[in-house]
Design a protein around this ligand. Structure first.
Ligand code: UD1
Length: 358
């Protein structure tokens, strides 16, 4: 089988690390990086650390409006598909790179394999929700990470080509988790590129906030950072480039001291901070689930989550982007650590996907 695989944004590099390893055992893969994420610590570091093969094509699309970014990707991907003539195009998740790959392929009748199909937040204002619904509608093979995702597709009348295989991100967590503790804490703290001077803590909370709905408004960033000021231990906060300016402005204007602002960190370092954190506060989809798999309680600053299974036993709890609610949820939530299921599989989702296609 010959695949053209489309990746472009941080979480897709992690997913590709798991799936490409399996594809390349017996099949051919042409890897296309759209260039949606282009900073070294948003992109290259993942390829180096996770041993992802070098992309065969890099479209270098970069930032832009949704339409421009998606359109530029579509033009580049169509050319590659016409030249490479793959059996399948493989797209991951819900980013603009996912949608661009799917639309380019469907028009020229190349079957679409969608990995991480069927997730829904039921919030059509999110670009991710638009991207995943449109991609699922035109995909031939829909590999779902959970049974909830299968049911979501069924409710939309999509039942053909739908397979519940488990989550490829879980494959990655279980594979790389083995590597993280052998270096010791100092190793990871020495690698932290802090944007504001701060001593290393003995224990910490971990935060990431990057969704448009939380970061397009400086008031929300203020609320979130002022909540962190009240935490009993420092908060490590690797900032996405889109939020960096506003975060630094709020930190400086208010002389906030309890948050350790850093550059984005690589995947394996992130697993270390996540596994050893007291709690995680995030609006990332991937990190909520990584928290669940790594046994770290999580507070998600969003109105909905696609990963509804994490809410059972309060392993994850939703909260508003305001100071009072964040403090309330972080300090007054009891997590039932005894009660956990492996909703996301056993680390063999990538194998199952390639076996099904074969
Ligand atoms: C994208 C995905 C989101 C995913 C996230 C993971 C879409 C619509 N959203 O959001 O689902 O959770 O990636 O990180 O595809 N920027 C840089 N350097 C980079 C990349 C981005 O400075 O390497 C800045 C640019 O100012 C850009 C902004 O971040 O305009 C947003 O980047 P974009 O790729 O459009 O979306 P994300 O917010 O990263």
């Amino acid at each position: 089988m010959k695949f053209v695989t489309i990746i472009g944004a941080r979480p897709q590099f992690v997913k590709a690390a798991a799936v490409s390893r399996i594809i390349r055992r017996n099949h051919q893969e042409i890897l296309v990086h759209t260039g949606q994420h282009y900073d070294n610590n948003m992109s290259e570091i993942f390829f180096d650390e996770l041993h992802i093969p070098k992309p065969d094509y890099n479209l270098g699309v970069g930032s832009g409006s949704h339409a421009k970014q998606t359109a530029d990707m579509m033009i580049g991907i169509e050319e590659i598909l016409l030249k490479e003539k793959p059996d399948y195009i493989l797209v991951y998740g819900d980013t603009n790179s996912t949608l661009a790959g799917a639309i380019a392929a469907t028009k020229i009748h190349i079957p679409i394999v969608h990995v991480e199909a069927g997730l829904r937040s039921f919030n059509m204002n999110m670009p991710e929700e638009q991207n995943r619904i449109l991609t699922d509608r035109i995909s031939k093979f829909l590999f779902c990470p959970t049974n909830t995702a299968v049911e979501n597709l069924k409710a939309e009348g999509i039942t053909q080509g739908v397979y519940d295989v488990g989550d490829v991100m879980c494959d990655a967590v279980l594979y790389y988790e083995k590597l993280i503790n052998k270096n010791g804490k100092d190793y990871y703290f020495n690698r932290l590129e802090k944007l504001i001077e701060h001593n290393n803590p003995e224990s910490w909370y971990l935060a990431t906030i990057h969704r448009a709905e939380n970061t397009d408004n400086i008031e929300k960033i203020y609320e979130i950072l002022s909540a962190f000021e009240e935490f009993d231990e420092p908060v490590i906060f690797p900032v996405h480039p889109r939020t960096k300016e506003m975060v630094l402005q709020v930190m400086n204007e208010n002389s906030f001291k309890n948050t350790i602002i850093t550059q984005p960190v690589g995947y394996i370092d992130m697993l270390f901070y996540a596994k050893n954190a007291i709690k995680i506060v995030t609006d990332s989809g991937g990190l909520q689930k990584e928290a669940y798999i790594l046994n770290t309680p999580c507070v998600t600053v969003r109105d909905q989550t696609e990963w509804v299974e994490t809410l059972n036993g309060n392993h994850n709890i939703l909260c508003k982007p305001n100071k009072k609610d964040i403090i309330d949820k972080v300090f007054n939530t009891k997590t039932d650590m005894e009660n956990k299921n492996n909703y996301y599989g056993n680390g063999d989702a990538s194998e199952k996907i390639i076996n099904f296609l074969r």
